[in-house]
Design a protein around this ligand. Structure first.
Ligand code: ADP
Ligand code: MG
Length: 714
């Protein structure tokens, strides 16, 4: 990279994207205009225009040093996929030239059979294709010695089923727009062309030195440590959070930011997080589909830069036991394309009523679909966070803050009659954004908190693409807005005056959704009780959470809003279950391997030394007059080691049996339950003994890098 460091960011922001500026420069005017129209309407590009766009894009990419292009998409693997093709082509007369056709730009054919389809292959053709998504700009990805032109695409089967995570997200954004425009219309707001949802994903991550990482099979295979005793100093001093950033890390961050700026990704905030070696990057929010693409790129760029800098990037939700895990706060809002945030309380009575209606829609949607929302972020890694007292819990509740609670309570209690209500709303909400921010910042334990003019969904895992949770949020919101619109319309049709109808519905919804509002400490036992008393779903692990996707009512919601067909939902469920089971199988086998090839040999070797030294002592004891007491305590030490080692051997054998059983336990949910209820506890049990032994064994015999080394050495 040229020395962009010294230049103002604004001068090179987006320089590696085929953005408006690049398009204007590289495309004939009529081609540019046709493309803009397509982006706006979502219609297909004509072949001729596509050819011209492809030509301009290729010229631009080559000027920036690209030799290859790839369709860039998001299969259901939780990552992105790419397959590079050279622009190079050989003419009939043998001359080499660079070519990139309209067809190559708009459509590609990766081998769909190597991506998960969650069973859709059994009923449908395996072949799938990628199709250009012009709403997300093409970009040049740095890697190796040069750049590759990446064309963001959706990935669909020849019958139109979504094989990726992006298609449903785009569909859910259409659903939101339709429902919101209808509801706004009833509220008297016309002339809205489009309503979008917006997302800003605060990304947490760990960096550890590459030399330690490469000596830990567990980090390499599963992204988390499966063994490791807590160091004497953990995070109890809380001296890392917002502390000064170590220089080596700062350099990493700066390099990441430069690359992100070139890619048009608005990285905004960087800081230390709670745990040692844990950090955060937050971008400026964008339209949810763009934010989802950009978050994937953020993770990718961080991984590459970390490699270059001698770090390993840990994106796992819980890389170290006993130390805070990593999440991804998904800030989410809904607003018009014209720039009106529908979750922003205003300073007129009308805008406050509008705000309250959209707030009620969020409460209604999250209350009704909290299990689906929980399912959207269920994963092996995130299970370690959501149960523990450090992250939003498995129960999804909404935090609104004191002021808003008061307003809703007053409306519910009927303390505000219709004649004066508007006034009260006006007075109470004018300063909400500022006040509420303070309140919500004090309750960091809530999984779904209102923060002034947006909601913050804090239960998303650090490694998860945000497309799925945002797709679910959008869909539940589309449904709730529609239902509110129906309720209000019904009253109006029944002869109730419009404002009165709106307020009556508001009051009823505030009462109905009350159980989902929770203002207390979400880490305390009280929440568990409240969840039980209020019949809120409390889904402790991934298989439990994923079961909610079997419910007919859930499936109907997704198909009614055109987001996921029954078949597509099933395929996602199957894929997620399969990933869960395979992931835990890999973890268990990795642990097994580490126990057998590191821990047991290391402990045995040390035990051998200890035993020889003890024997030698016994032999010499009468000669040199060693006391019985001394012999006894040294014997006890050896005994403790031996007993622990034999426990370790027994539990390792137990784990062997469990792993063998997993292969034959049944399918899908049965296997997933077995993982959650038998495999993971078996791993925990043997780990406890291994970690105890780590603290007894001669350090020079312990081959695995320790927590102290990984977390406290720079
Ligand atoms: P914090 O949560 O650490 O207090 P902020 O609230 O300032 O930080 O912002 C966190 C994230 O929320 C940022 O990524 C920011 O861009 C995003 N954000 C701010 N406003 C909105 C909005 N209206 N919709 C979606 N995301 C938003
Ligand atoms: Mg935040």
């Amino acid at each position: 990279m040229e020395n962009v460091n010294k230049k103002a960011v604004s001068s090179y922001f987006g320089a590696l994207t085929f953005d408006q500026k690049a398009m204007l420069k590289k495309l004939p005017k009529e081609v540019y205009q046709a493309l803009q129209k397509t982006i706006k309407t979502g219609n297909k590009l004509s072949e001729e225009i596509a050819g011209a766009v492809a030509h301009g894009m290729k010229e631009w990419a080559m000027e920036n040093g690209a030799t290859h292009y790839t369709h860039w998409f998001q299969p259901m693997t939780g990552a992105t996929a790419e397959k590079h093709d050279a622009f190079l082509s050989i003419d009939r007369d043998g001359t080499a030239i660079e070519r990139f056709s309209g067809g190559q730009l708009i459509q590609g054919e990766p081998d769909a059979s190597s991506f998960p389809s969650g069973g859709m292959r059994t009923t449908f053709e395996a072949r799938g294709y990628t199709a250009w998504d012009p709403s997300s700009p093409a970009f040049l990805m740095k890697g190796g010695k040069g750049y590759t032109l990446c064309v963001p695409t959706v990935f669909i089967s020849y019958h139109g089923e979504a094989l990726d995570e992006k298609t449903p997200l785009l569909r859910s954004m259409d659903a939101v727009s339709k429902s919101a425009i209808r509801l706004l219309g009833i509220l008297g707001v016309d002339n809205v062309s489009r309503v979008n949802t917006y997302a800003g994903a605060e990304q947490e991550y760990f960096l550890v030195d590459r030399k330690f990482y490469s000596m830990r099979p567990d980090l390499i295979m599963s992204g988390r440590t499966l063994l490791g005793a807590m160091p004497p100093k953990g995070q109890q001093l809380e001296d890392h959070y917002f502390g000064s950033i170590p220089n080596r890390v700062l350099e990493f961050m700066q390099e990441v930011e430069e690359e992100l700026y070139l890619l048009g990704i608005p990285a905004k905030t960087r800081h230390n997080e709670v745990a040692p070696h844990q950090f955060e990057l937050a971008p400026i929010f964008e339209r949810a589909n763009i934010a989802a693409d950009h978050n994937l790129l953020v993770m990718e760029v961080m991984r590459r830069v970390a490699d270059r800098k001698g770090f390993a990037l840990l994106m796992h939700e819980k890389p170290f036991a006993g130390i805070n895990g990593s999440g991804k706060h998904n800030n989410w809002s809904i607003g018009t394309a014209e720039g009106m945030n529908l979750l922003e309380p205003g300073d007129t009575p009308e805008s406050n009523i509008q705000f309250l209606v959209f707030l009620a829609a969020v409460l209604k949607g999250v209350f009704k679909r909290s299990a689906v929302l929980r399912a959207s972020i269920a994963s092996i890694g995130n299970d370690h966070r959501l149960g523990a007292n450090e992250a939003p819990p498995a129960v999804v509740t909404v935090f609104l803050g004191e002021l808003l609670e008061k307003v809703l309570d007053a409306i519910e209690a009927g303390k505000v009659d219709f004649a004066t209500e508007k006034q009260v709303l006006n007075l109470g909400l004018a300063h909400l954004p500022i006040l509420n921010k303070d309140y919500t910042d004090r309750n960091r334990t809530s999984p779904f908190a209102f923060t002034g003019n947006k909601f913050e969904f804090r239960a998303v895992g650090s490694s998860q693409p945000i497309s799925v949770p945002n797709m679910v949020l959008n869909t539940l919101m589309a449904e709730a807005m529609d239902e509110l619109a129906n309720e209000i319309q019904e009253k109006i049709d029944g002869g109730v005056e419009k404002d009165a109808a709106i307020l009556e519905v508001l009051r009823a919804e505030i009462t109905a959704t009350k159980p989902v509002r929770y203002q207390g400490d979400n880490y305390s036992e009280n929440l568990q009780e409240a969840a039980a008393n209020r019949s809120l779903p409390n889904l402790k692990n991934t298989p439990q959470a994923l079961r909610s996707l079997l419910e007919v009512d859930t499936r109907e919601m997704f198909s009614r809003y055109g987001v996921l067909s029954d078949q597509e939902l099933t395929s996602r469920l199957n894929t997620r279950l399969e990933r869960y089971v395979k992931g835990i199988d890999i973890e268990a086998r990795t642990l097994q391997l580490m126990l057998k090839t590191f821990v047991i040999p290391d402990v045995s070797e040390y035990q051998g030394e200890l035993a020889s030294s003890y024997n030698a002592l016994v032999e010499a004891s009468s000669r040199i007059g060693v006391s019985d007491k001394a012999l006894k305590s040294q014997g006890a030490h050896l005994k403790e080691l031996a007993e622990n080692l034999s426990d370790l051997l027994d539990l390792t054998a137990e784990l062997d049996v469990v792993i063998a059983k997993l292969g034959s336990v049944g399918e899908e949910f049965e296997a997933a339950d077995f993982c959650a209820e038998v495999v993971l506890p078996s791993m925990d049990k043997v780990r406890a003994v291994a970690d105890h032994l780590e603290l007894m064994v001669d350090r020079s015999k312990w081959e695995l890098p320790t927590y102290s080394e990984m977390l406290f050495e720079h």
